[in-house]
Structure formats: C-alpha cells, structure tokens
Design a protein around this ligand. Structure first.
Ligand SMILES: N[C@@H](CCC(=O)N[C@@H](CS)C(=O)NCC(=O)O)C(=O)O
Length: 202
C-alpha cells in the first residue's frame, strides 16, 4: 500500500494514474490539508510517494521507481526502447512541465499588466512549440512510443489540462488531441480524477 501526497489536478495526478495502471492500492493525501507539508518535502512540491520506510520525491523518479518495481506494459524492457521511453518521461517532466510551471509563476509574481502579457505571450509560444514537437513525434503512431500507452503519454495528458486556467491560446495538433483524449478517458485516469475530487472536498 502506497501513500501519495498530491494537489488536485497537479502533476501528482500522473503518479496516481500510473499506480492504478499498475493495480496498486494507494491512499492519497491533499498537500493543502496539512499545515506542515514542508516537513514531508522541504521543496514543498508534490508528488511525494511513501512506500513503507521509503519516501520518494520528484515525479519522474517516482514513476520510474514504480515502473521498475512492478510488472507493466508502460515501460518497454528492450534496452533501446526503454531508453527512448525514459527520454519521453524526462521530456514530459523536465521540459514540458517546467514550461507550464512558468504560467503559474507569471500569474503569481508579475503584477505589471504589460510585462505580464509579454511573459504570457512568450511562454505561450514556447509551450505551443513543444506541443508541435509532440505532434510531429506522433506521426503515423497513436502513442509516443508507437505501440502502447506510455507513462509519458499519461504525464502529458495531465499537464495539457493546465492551460485553461491562463490567458493563453494553446494549440494541440490532431494526433496530439487524439492521444490526450485517449489517455484522459482511460478508467485509471477517471478513477484518479474522481479520487482527488472526493478527497479534496473532505
Ligand atoms: N520537479 C518536481 C516539480 C513538481 C512540481 O512543480 N509540483 C507542483 C505541482 S504540479 C507543486 O507541487 N507546486 C507546489 C505548490 O503549488 O504549492 C517534480 O517533478 O516532482
């Protein structure tokens, strides 16, 4: 049994979806329900996963830990394919996620309206360029690795929901839209969203 610290709709949602895909039981705890979350993760970010005596942080590291620990079809075993899948997980976590994080940063930290608009415009272009990279990589395939759903698809499907909260126009290509919709309608994804809405409301 795992414990996952999360925030509603945040990147920790991808960790929960992966746990469901792996058929693992998980108790989820809303970071915002605690007064002292920084004693759990001094960086203050979710996800944090507790596995027995083991406390894990950093989303990509947590997902790779789970994929290495449990049998699954999300991470290929073939060395070259696995390397590619890890690249895609890192592209999601270390390239796409930080681009979206700038939207939150701009909203919270820039008060001058002109500077704010310029910053949003710049990051809008950056994010759209990254989604174009995803669209190009989905040419003639339905998921990032081409033959099965991957952890990176799940991570991207979570981040893709964040743009709606900001004054930016994000453009998803046809193939990307199809891949994101496929992930967002998976039973594991719906179960994770539902679990967060119940736990956050209590
Ligand atoms: N590098 C970290 C970044 C995680 C991160 O930025 N998490 C955000 C949510 S998506 C967070 O916890 N922000 C803290 C807050 O908004 O209170 C990871 O991948 O785990």
């Amino acid at each position: 049994m795992y414990t996952l610290y999360y925030m509603q709709g945040a990147c920790s949602l991808a960790t929960q979806v992966v746990l469901h895909e792996l058929d693992q039981e998980v108790t989820i705890i809303d970071k915002n329900s605690l007064d002292d979350f920084n004693t759990i993760n001094p960086v203050g970010t979710v996800p944090v996963l507790v596995d027995g005596d083991n406390k894990l942080t950093e989303g990509a590291a947590i997902i790779l830990y789970l994929l290495n620990k449990h049998d699954n079809t999300l991470l290929p075993t073939n060395a070259n394919k696995q390397q590619k899948a890890i690249e895609e997980i890192l592209f999601a976590n270390a390239t796409m996620h930080p681009a979206y994080s700038k939207l939150f940063f701009i909203e919270q930290n820039i008060s001058d309206q002109k500077a704010k608009r310029e910053a949003f415009d710049a990051i809008e272009k950056n994010i759209n360029d990254l989604w174009q990279v995803v669209e190009d990589s989905l040419e003639s395939k339905e998921t990032l690795n081409g033959y099965m759903l991957s952890a990176a698809d799940i991570m991207l499907a979570v981040y893709a929901t964040w743009g709606q909260y900001f004054p930016v126009k994000l453009i998803f290509g046809k193939r990307t839209t199809k891949m994101l919709a496929a992930v967002q309608s998976m039973p594991s994804f719906l179960k994770a969203v539902q679990a967060e809405s119940i736990t956050s409301a209590t």
